[in-house]
Design a protein around this ligand. Structure first.
Ligand SMILES: [Zn+2]
Length: 180
């Protein structure tokens, strides 16, 4: 470790970047999985995405408890927001990108169901596994650079939340995939 010739910057602790990125990815994860939860038809898939949203929320809560963890910033694009951004009416093809799914299609008056998506459980677990693998790597990166003891515990907790979710997603993906 190189000797420190000047005092650390007040603006940004050394762990700031990795921590901010890990926290932002969790924030994105909560937003993405909430969005995905509201968009799918199958209640079992809603459960999967809802679970992922909750777990990302838990990890985020830990990281936000660390000084600097609440800072918003740019994070790598881990979640396929574009794929879940567009909402399309399956009856008439009307498209919208709003946050809320319309209760009725403004164009053809079809009910909300027409906007929902048919995502398979296998696909959902695969998505959770892939994104959580990346989020786990970023949380581990943050864990390597935090120095204060209380911050270390909080980041370690976030790492653990991601590790368990990844394990669960992999197991469930294999299990659901094996079920005809
Ligand atoms: Zn329509």
């Amino acid at each position: 470790m190189p000797a420190r010739s000047r005092p650390p910057s007040k603006a940004q602790p050394p762990s700031g970047d990795a921590l901010r990125i890990a926290a932002q990815v969790d924030r994105d994860g909560v937003a993405f999985f909430r969005r995905a939860t509201s968009l799918v038809t199958d209640p079992r898939v809603k459960f999967i995405f809802g679970r992922a949203a909750d777990e990302y929320g838990r990890a985020l809560k830990s990281l936000e408890g660390v000084p600097g963890g609440k800072a918003k910033g740019k994070a790598p694009a881990v979640f396929p927001f574009e794929a879940y951004d567009r909402i399309e009416c399956s009856v008439c093809g009307y498209e919208t990108t709003g946050d809320e799914i319309p209760e009725r299609c403004p164009s053809c008056d079809a009910v909300r169901y027409a906007f929902e998506r048919d995502v398979k459980r296998e696909e959902a677990w695969d998505l959770v596994a892939r994104t959580t693998k990346e989020s786990l790597a970023l949380a581990r990166k943050a864990a390597k650079v935090v120095t204060k003891a209380e911050a270390r515990d909080a980041v370690a907790q976030a790492v653990e939340v991601h590790r368990k979710l990844l394990e669960e997603a992999k197991e469930e993906h294999a299990r659901v995939g094996a079920t005809p």
